[in-house]
Design a binder for this molecule. Structure first.
Ligand code: FNR
Length: 189
């Protein structure tokens, strides 16, 4: 049996009814055998300020960094705000990037985007891929999961009802598991 994989998931939206957070909940249920997904919140990450950093890393940032380091892989679901990454998510990534032993380095990252438009957060997701180049993370190439017209794909309780989208998320998680295990095997972990 393949060794278990721990995935830490972040949503780029703070609102309770977020389609992106709902997509992460769907992913928890769709995870392949051996994979567990924990959703971590970025709600208590303060605004990045180098003066604050000079006084010490905030506890919420350090704790999230520890969770990411302890995970085998990362899963992010994010909306698109004004054609790019929402400020709250970029801010959290910016803080995490200042940690010694930068937590995203060498981590595989699965990406999901949900928006109410026809494109499904595609531009934000490409900006995330660019950010992860600098952070030395390894975003999974395919499948690309863009949940367009998200309001038609979740029910009123936030359950993902669209079968095709459930299939794409399932395939992404299989790919995330395969690449993570391949990387770990190469590292001899
Ligand atoms: C948006 N939205 C949006 N959608 C999109 O496809 N492209 C965009 O550029 C934007 N820009 C944008 C800016 C701001 C400030 C807000 C608040 C919203 C719509 C957005 O994708 C939609 O509200 C999603 O449902 C938000 O995701 P959650 O909160 O449901 O996860």
């Amino acid at each position: 049996m393949a060794p278990p994989l721990k995935v830490i998931a972040l949503s780029g939206s703070l609102r309770a009814g977020s389609y992106n957070t709902s997509a992460l909940r769907a992913a928890q249920a769709l995870a392949p055998e051996g994979m567990t997904i924990e959703i971590a919140s970025i709600a208590d990450i303060p605004f990045y300020d180098a003066d604050v950093q000079a006084q010490g890393i905030p506890a919420s940032v350090a704790a999230l960094g520890d969770k990411i380091r302890a995970a085998d892989a990362v899963l992010i679901a994010s909306p698109e705000y004004n054609y790019s990454v929402p400020g709250v998510l970029k801010n959290a990534i910016d803080w995490l990037s200042r940690l010694p032993d930068q937590p995203f380095a060498g981590k595989t990252v699965g990406l999901i985007g949900a928006s109410m438009s026809l494109l499904g957060a595609v531009r934000a997701q490409y900006h995330l891929r660019q950010i992860f180049v600098f952070l030395d993370a390894l975003p999974i190439n395919k499948p690309e999961v863009f949940i367009a017209q998200a309001h038609q794909k979740f029910d009123a309780e936030g359950r993902l009802t669209d079968e095709m989208t459930r299939g794409f998320i399932g395939q992404l998680l299989v790919s995330l598991a395969a690449w993570t295990r391949r990387l770990k095997a190469a590292e001899g972990v």
